[in-house]
Design a protein around this ligand. Structure first.
Ligand code: SF4
Ligand code: SF4
Length: 337
């Protein structure tokens, strides 16, 4: 495994490390097996979040007795001091540790930046926790290039890592990530597989490694097989060939920009539709010739795209500004309801 220094944190993290969203669909025993495999391959950076339901708890249990072998990162959505203090304590308890290496402000949009860094904001809680030795470094995750630009240009002395989507079809953060790196901020790629929209793991991870603006990427992993697949891809990193660059271009053309990254921030839907799953099933039906398979699963869902009442609540929460209502209309066309 190759390692990169995560900017001014000085932490040496595996270039392909662990994203903890999918561990929610695993169980406690499977999480132990996943962490065993991470340890075996030297994938030493574990990222999770307060918002990933059981992820912190499962990982905390799986890390018992080997916490020191990993760099542990988590994050919370709180924007104010009191909320963030509470979140830090909960994370420490869930992760069964007295120290978290990187604590991140989760999904920070432009509109919340002043609040977070202002008096009584979440940042004060992080500074306090750092001084108390509860956290090692402060990081930020965001999904908007405009927000990242403000953060890197105006607040670079306040945080040490930035996590941003970066993959074959999303390199809009490239220039600002380069600036972040120049300022000593460690750069972490989230959504390396574009939220499950890419299927060539090797190509996707090598694309990021060759970008020159990313220190580490954190593909989500919920099974031992996924750890092995990512670790093996990381071992064979080589520059992209002309033919592979052309493939990346073709993928970009096919996916465009309006695709769901399965982040789940749009939930809950007012009528109970599982928005990202309906998009995935429609994609399976449209692109992969799995119409019957997808239709059976779609039928089994409790609420379908056609039940959308057009309230727009989901669109206000989607960090990618997707026209979810129009996209659901497309899903309803695929399946007929
Ligand atoms: S617009 Fe439709 S999909 Fe979005 S929250 Fe409202 S009902 Fe749900
Ligand atoms: S619709 Fe938007 S918020 Fe919902 S899962 Fe997809 S990308 Fe995320």
């Amino acid at each position: 495994m190759k390692y990169a220094t995560l900017g001014k944190t000085g932490l040496k993290a595996a270039v392909v490390s662990f994203g903890g969203i999918p561990i929610q669909r695993a169980d406690a025993a499977n999480t132990v097996a996943v962490v065993d495999k991470l340890e075996e391959y030297g994938m030493n950076y574990i990222d999770t979040a307060r918002g990933y339901t059981v992820s912190e708890e499962y990982l905390g249990a799986a890390l018992e007795g080997r916490r020191d072998k990993f760099i542990l990162a988590t994050k919370a959505m709180s924007r104010d001091y009191a909320g963030m203090c509470k979140d830090i304590e909960t994370s420490l308890k869930n992760l069964r540790t007295d120290y978290i290496d990187v604590y991140q402000i989760h999904n920070l949009p432009e509109k919340d930046i002043e609040k977070v860094f202002g008096p009584g904001g979440a940042y004060e809680a992080l500074v306090e926790a750092k001084a108390a030795g509860k956290i090692g470094h402060i990081g930020i995750t965001c999904h908007s290039a405009d927000a990242m630009k403000i953060l890197v240009e105006q607040y670079a002395d306040r945080f040490e890592t930035i996590m941003f989507p970066y993959n074959i079809v999303e390199d809009q953060g490239r220039e600002i990530l380069a600036q972040a790196r120049e300022k000593g901020i460690g750069t972490i790629a989230m959504k390396p597989m574009a939220g499950g929209n890419l299927d060539d793991w090797n190509l996707a991870l090598r694309y990021i490694a060759a970008s020159g603006v990313i220190d580490i990427s954190i593909p989500g992993m919920g099974s031992v097989e996924e750890v092995i697949r990512n670790a093996e891809a990381a071992e064979g990193f080589s520059p992209l060939t002309e033919e592979e660059l052309e493939r990346c271009q073709a993928i970009r053309k096919e996916l465009g920009t309006q695709f769901c990254r399965r982040c789940g921030y749009c939930a809950p839907c007012s009528t109970g539709i599982d928005i990202p799953s309906t998009f995935t099933l429609a994609n399976y039906a449209r692109k992969y010739g799995l119409g019957d398979w997808a239709r059976a699963r779609y039928e089994a869902m409790q609420y379908h795209a056609g039940s959308c009442v057009q309230c727009g609540a989901c669109e206000r929460r989607c960090p990618y500004n997707l026209p979810i209502r129009d996209m659901l209309a497309g899903v309803a066309q695929v399946f007929g309801y």
